[in-house]
Ligand binder design. Sequence first.
Ligand code: SF4
Length: 461
Amino acid sequence: MSEFVTIETEPNAPAKQRQKSGNNPAVFIQTYGCQMNVSDSRTIEALLGEAGYSFADSPDIADIVLINTCMIRETAEVRALGQLANLSALKKQSPHKIIGIIGCVAQAKRTEILKSHPYVDLIIGPDAYRKLPLLLEERFISPPGTPGLLETTLVREELYDDILPRHRGGVSAFVTIIRGCDKFCTFCVVPRTRGRERSRPLVSILREVEQLLAQGVKDVMLLGQNVDSYRSEDHDFADCMTAVANLPGIERVRYMTSHPTEISDKLLQAMGEHERIMPYLHLPFQAGNNRILELMNRHYTRERYLEIIASARKLVPDIALSTDVITGFPTETDAEFQDTFDLMEQVRFDTAFMFKYSERPLTRASKMKDDVPEAVKIARLERLIDLQQRISKESNEAQINRETTILIEGTSPKDKKQWSGRTPDFRPVVLPRSSEKLGDVVPVRLQSLTGFTFHAERLSQ
Ligand code: SF4
C-alpha cells in the first residue's frame, strides 16, 4: 500500500434495519482494515450470492458470520480478534452458526487461530475466496464441534476479475485493479499475506465500472496496494485511469494508494488535464530521513519525495495531498525523527494518517531490535499529530469562500435537511437540500466550517 487509509470497521446497520433477506442461509461479514478489504467483502458477497446465500445485517440473525481481518496495524488485528472472541458466546447459544475468519490475519496466523479459538469453523486467506461456497457446504453437513477447516491451497495469482462485486447501493464504489505487492517494505506484512503484484486486464476493469455506472454509481475509487504499479499489456496506470474517466456517465475517478517510486509525470499530467480525475493524491512517505527510509526498504529518498510533491503541485492545479507516516521505527533517533517532522512542515499535507511503529509478524523489521521506547514513539507521534492538526485547520480555513463543486453522496446523518457530499479534493461538505438528487454535481461556495466539515451555499449553474 504503500499504506492504506484505515477503515476500522464497516458500520453495521441500525437495529431497526436489521433483517435478513430470503430464506436461504444468511451471511454477515464484518470487515476490518483498508478499502481493499471492503472491496474483497463485496467480492465474497457476489460469490456467495451466486451460490444462493442471502445476507444479514447483524451476526445475531446470520447463519454464517465471517470476520474479514487486517494485519497492517496491530490495532486492526486486535480489534478483529476481539470481535472473534465475542462471537464465542453466540456460537455457544447457536452451535450451528458458522464462524469464519478470513483475510490477512487468517492467512498469516491460521493454525494459531484454530488453537486459540477452537469454535472457529473455517479460516481462509485473501486468495482462496472462491473456495468459500464449497467450504461452507462442507461445514453445513459437518456436525457442530467438528474441527475447523483451513484452506491451504492458495492461488497466488488470484484476481477475481470475472466476478462483479456486490454493489450495496450509493453513488460511490471501490474497484480493485491490482492485487498484492512487490515492494517488501520491511515493516509491512502485506506481500506475505496477499502475494505478489498482479494487475487485472483493463477490459475487465472497464466492464465492472460500466456495470456500476448502470446501477447509479458516479464516483469510482480505483484500488490496489500500489495502484500506480498497474501494468496490463501495454497499459500503465495513467492509461487505466484515463480509460475509466472516459466512460460515459462517470463523474469522478479517484485512486488509492500510491508508491512514490511508481508516480510518473504522465500520471500527474493525466490528473491535471482530465476533469473527471480528481485532484487528490495519497502518497505515503513513512519517514523523512534517508537512513530510516533505507531501513524501511522504501527505495526513494527524502529529496526524491519532495521532487514528486513539487511536480504534483505544478501539474495538478489545486491538488490536495495526504500521506502516511510512522514514528519510532527501530533505531530512529531524535534527529532522524526531526527530519520527518520537518518534511511534514515543509510539504503541508492537507491530511495525514500517523502511526507509531508496531512490530508485525513475518516482516523483516520484526527481526530488528524494536529499541525506541514506547513513550518516545508516542511523544513523537503526538508532536506530529499536533503539527498536522494545525496544518489541516489552516488548509481548511484557506478554502472558505472558495467556489467549487460537490458530488451529492447522501443525506447528512446529523441533519436530514442537508445533503452531504465532497469536493473534488475530497473535503466533506453539507448543503441545504433542494431539488438535487443523489449523484448530482452541484456548484457551491464553501461558507464555514464545523470541525472538518464545510457548510456550503449553492451557486447558480
Ligand atoms: S510492502 Fe510497502 S508498498 Fe507494499 S503494501 Fe506494504 S507498505 Fe505498501
